[in-house]
Design a protein around this ligand. Sequence first.
Ligand code: SAH
Length: 502
Amino acid sequence: MSGKVYLVGAGPGDYKLITLKGLECIEKADVILYDRLINPKLLKYAKENVEIIYVGKAPNAHSYTQEEISQLILEKALEGNVVTRLKGGDPFVFGRGGEEALLLLEHDVPFEIVPGITSAISVPAYAGIPVTHRNVSSSFHVITGHEDPLKNKSSLDYEALGKLKGTLIFLMGVKNIESISSNLIKNGQSTERPVAVIRRGTTAEQKTLTGTLGNISQKVSECGFKNPAIIIVGEVVNLAQSLSWLDKRPLFGKRILVTRTRTQASKLTEKIEALGGEAIEYPTIKIVENDDHTDIDKAIGQIEQYKWIVFTSVNGVRFFFDRMHKLSFDIRLLKNAKICAIGPATAKELNDKGLVVDSIPEEYRAESIIEDLKDKIKAGDKILLPRADIARKVLEEELIKLGADVDNIHVYKTIVPQQESDELISLFENKKIDMVTFTSSSTVKNFCEILGTENLELLTDVLIAVIGPITAQTAKEIGVKVDIEATEYTIDGLVDAIVKYL
Ligand code: SAH
């Protein structure tokens, strides 16, 4: 019994420009085939045991011909799989989607076409160019630039194209821009007609070059503009002067490495993307439950004796309450204890559990907790600290000095995830990273361990942003300079500091 194939348009580059239906097809696929212009971030929505096949061109690797790709899709479908074929932009706009569908039809394999946002109109939109505009352009024409109008026997009718007053949009045309523009001029277009060439539209690397039909090819060769780029010819190009918006966002063009755990990265990632930056997630920490439950179970068993419970991280809250739940302990048992949270995120996690926090220190770090609690606790008070194995010792030590009876228990452990350092090193070597963010001392330590201390000089031209002074100090001790330090030690504070710096 054959499976089913979805030919899906994945949009022009910004991974959020995929349709809901396209995303659904990624989520349910057994096999995904994708090529060069697909944003790999989309693949993280696939299910765990999916087979992912890259069919684009890669240096030193076999590259597939169109026939081989079509054949592979067919084969995978005949094995009974749900196959999602991701294509850049729209599958039927110079995407050869038709050919793939025809082969499936021939073999009675069911398929669906999921249209995508084509680069032909979205890339100009991201550059502030509307392809039609009242009184300026009342049609647009999408044309292949792949065929050299001078050399080959072109199937394009340049005599007709030369007469068009609407907006002309050439895909795959950068290589041939000289002959395209001269042929348009030869067939009646003005040398003064405005032209924009937009490269890697809708991504952090988007660049626009503007000129006229008369001078654009010279400009393109001067700055070495290469594919993927679209050429847009017409008076609408002038609107970009007023309407360009992408590059006005505060983090535009910045590729920022996020080193938090995979589960915690999303908040920082979302904020970076909302401000126009590109977040690259590279988790340097993995958080796991402490499998030795002796201490936590003992603490939970005597929970009514604690005067204070101090939470110094969101994870501390999660793992502590998960264990309470597993042991069938009710939160009403906490009624004798006052609760302190190190900062607003930890407090929010407690609020979500239905608990009101009694105390948040002024600065969100251990030293400030001591300041906060020193007048509130008495000698002999029992205090519980449910924390990570690597939490700083200072809190426990200072509370003991104040006469408290402290139970510092390790409810979770942090480990360095298995990561390929080659991938990280090549990101830096190829100048694909503008900034690295660190949200805790352990992210710095683990990052440097993965990168290798012998490679720290790769960070010389990269900006380093840290969440607060403790993380800054750890970085400096290892030999990593710090450019940006948040004054409020939260994710929002970090993002604010980055925006201010830039
Ligand atoms: N089916 C695709 C087009 C495939 S042809 C679509 O609908 O968008 C590939 C050409 O598309 C490239 O040569 C380039 O001209 C254009 N293109 C695709 N993505 C682009 C991007 N992000 N920026 C600029 N041009 C892009």
